[in-house]
Design a protein around this ligand. Sequence first.
Ligand SMILES: *Cc1c(COP(=O)(O)O)cnc(C)c1O
Length: 394
Amino acid sequence: MKNFSNYKDFSTKENLHFESKAVHGALGTEPITGAVSMPIFQSVTFRHPELGNSTGFDYSRLENPTRQELERTMAILEGGIKGFAFSSGQAANMSVYSLLNVGDHIIMSDDIYGGTHRIVNDVFGKYGIEHTSVDLADLDAVKAAIKPNTKMIFIETPTNPVMKVADIAELSKIAKSIGALTVVDNTFLTPYFQKPLSLGADIVTHSSTKYLGGHNDTISGIVVVKDNEEIVNKIKVHMKSHGSQLAPMDSWLLLRGIKTLHLRMERHNENAYKVAHWLRTQQKVKKVYYVGFEDHRDYAVTKKQTTGFGGMISFTVDSFETVKKILKNVDMVMFAESLGGTETLITYPTTQTHEDTPKHLKEELGITDCFLRLSVGIENVDDIIADLDRAINS
Ligand SMILES: *Cc1c(COP(=O)(O)O)cnc(C)c1O
């Protein structure tokens, strides 16, 4: 039998393009059988041949072959030394915040996923970890927010849901100059459009529930560490202790999703571009938040650090009555939380994804009762626009 054990390992694939890496992953084939689809290793534990001898797999909370293939694939795609696959995006972000110690201070995006506010306010706040929310596009405001105990800048870009863009390279420089870590939640653009580690960030996180999985069928999270072994070990201990690792079946679903990431992202990008421009022509639509508009405040930074705009749009309408009408009348487009899947979803952030964002921040950001968020799917764009047209205008 041909020996597959070293077959197309990590090192032979470095020269491949992103798309090929996404399809072929780290090992790609399973070493013993040559299976082209990495099997779901639904096993808790692994048999040892003798004392002091292990296959490298002992117990699935620590390492599992399917999860390991996913983690190595994500490390390759983001350009880091180590990936971790968690049971949710929340669990992934929790592991990163756990790197901080009592008395540390975080600077983070003022506009950010609501659950991240819950982490810093409800969970870490009580351990004496402070945070300051600032518009990270304003570098002077970031510098002014620095304290002697600032240990992390946590960036979401584009932000959820008002689509602000932060300059990852500039923020990483500021963080390095004060010995703080730069973390980027790369959920919205994925490494296909944005590679934070190559721009200077230390850690990338994902809610892989969204674009990486891409099919609205599994909840999961990813962390990739650029080059710091000490951080790798801390996150390893965190996962091992919290037991927040991703299950084999979900790891496989994610591996399958990632194989088409580039194709899906291209279509999300193309569709969202058309939908955003169409929305702007609608009388009942008051403001459209979309990073692909040339007159977007942060367009220059977007062009500098990303290769695509992604599939996310937010918009406001003329009244709460119109909001209710839209959410009731959409047909193919579904009124549901979440984003990044094949299906177009419309969300009401004020009471859904951003329920836990402090009220004053929501007001400042314009997340009002007339605010809607759209995750543009990969359906035919004419169908998406026709459905929105009917829901908004009939
Ligand atoms: C959804 C989301 C999260 C939380 O991820 P879950 O997988 O739902 O736990 C974190 N950050 C961003 C930007 C998100 O959109």
